[in-house]
Write a protein that binds this ligand. Structure first.
Ligand code: CUA
Length: 333
């Protein structure tokens, strides 16, 4: 319809067409009634125009059918918009189960992306085509907003809080990413690009990109030991702090009553503000790590906690009594 006129950014995610359809519907409804009203006003102004200053219009005392019509029709239209928008909203806010996870931080004036395998990027984000990607991010200073126009997703990066967006790119190519919240002098320069690649090219990029070191989770594990988190959060659950094994994605009862979902937001809060939500049965002993751990290290710790799964029944590191056969070669000694 608008071919050749770039009214909209390219549609490059599974969400883009839905967002645009809803948007165009609202524009069409608005335009229809806006034009209808204007035309009728002009028509009546011309039709009932008079030069006689003494003429007075007839009095009108309501009309039930008319009033019902202008109440019920807008009501039905708003309900359609509400239901449709709620559907799109849930699609945008509920990522699928299996997503590729990427962390990001915004700061004046750049976006830093952190892949789970350890790759870092600044103002660039490489993702594979056709795979849902979830970006979890925060800000190190003021409020920014991470915006992928071609994917039709955007969320504020707020200091002290995790936000996230998800998308599944449908087309290989390079697309803009913006900061969409005025954040100081160089706000307009806080831009970058997202590079959508075929999966093999993405794999090649992952292995070949500079900065490949330890994975985010293993960096988190190192920090977990360096910061002595492991002295309280024993894996057998007998420590001064709760065991963190298999806790991600569950719900815990709190000492203050109520429950808390153990997600990225909860783990981050518990590192920086440990007194905020104490798990029932534990004392508020944990010191705060606010100011001691950078946002990137918090992300590494969160990723480490997410990676903690109960050890399989037979663990190589801690052989059980039944498992230790006297005749087996003792390879660890
Ligand atoms: Cu960051 Cu605008």
């Amino acid at each position: 319809m608008f071919s050749g006129i770039p009214l909209f950014p390219e549609q490059a995610s599974t969400l883009a067409a839905d967002v645009d359809a809803l948007y165009l519907f609202i524009v069409a409804v608005t335009a229809f009634f806006g034009i209808l009203t204007t035309v009728v006003v002009i028509y009546f102004a011309a039709k009932y125009r008079t030069d006689d200053p003494l003429k007075i219009g007839a009095r009108i005392h309501g009309s039930i059918p008319l009033e019902l019509a202008w109440s019920i029709i807008p009501f039905l239209i708003s309900i359609v918009i509400f239901a449709w928008a709620a559907d799109v909203f849930f699609d945008i806010h509920r990522p699928p189960d299996q997503t590729l996870e990427v962390y990001a931080t915004g700061k004046q004036w750049m976006w830093k992306f952190q892949h789970l395998d350890g790759q870092n990027e600044i103002n660039e984000l490489h993702v594979p085509v056709g795979r849902p990607v979830k970006v979890t991010f925060t800000s190190e200073d003021v409020i920014h907003s991470l915006y992928f126009p071609a994917f039709r997703v955007k969320a504020d990066a707020i200091p002290g809080r995790y936000s996230s967006v998800w998308f599944s790119a449908t087309k290989v190519g390079e697309y803009h990413l913006f900061c969409a919240e005025y954040c100081g002098t160089n706000h307009s320069g806080m831009i970058g690009k997202v590079v959508v690649m075929e999966p093999p090219a993405y794999q090649a990029w992952l292995t070949g990109s500079p900065g490949v070191g330890e994975s985010l989770a293993s960096r988190g594990q190192r920090l977990f030991n360096d910061l002595a988190c492991n002295t309280c959060h024993l894996t057998d659950g007998r420590g001064r702090g709760p065991s963190l094994v298999n806790k991600f994605g569950t719900t815990e009862e709190l000492a203050s009553g109520g429950n808390a979902a153990i997600d990225e937001v909860y783990i981050r809060e518990s590192i920086l503000m440990p007194q905020a939500k104490i798990v029932a049965g534990y004392q508020p002993l944990m010191p705060t790590f606010q100011g001691l751990v950078s946002e990137e290290n918090v992300m590494a710790l969160v990723e480490y906690v997410k990676s903690l799964r109960a050890a399989p029944a037979v663990s190589r590191a801690e052989p059980t009594a039944e498992n230790e056969s006297p005749t087996a070669p003792q390879e660890n000694r």
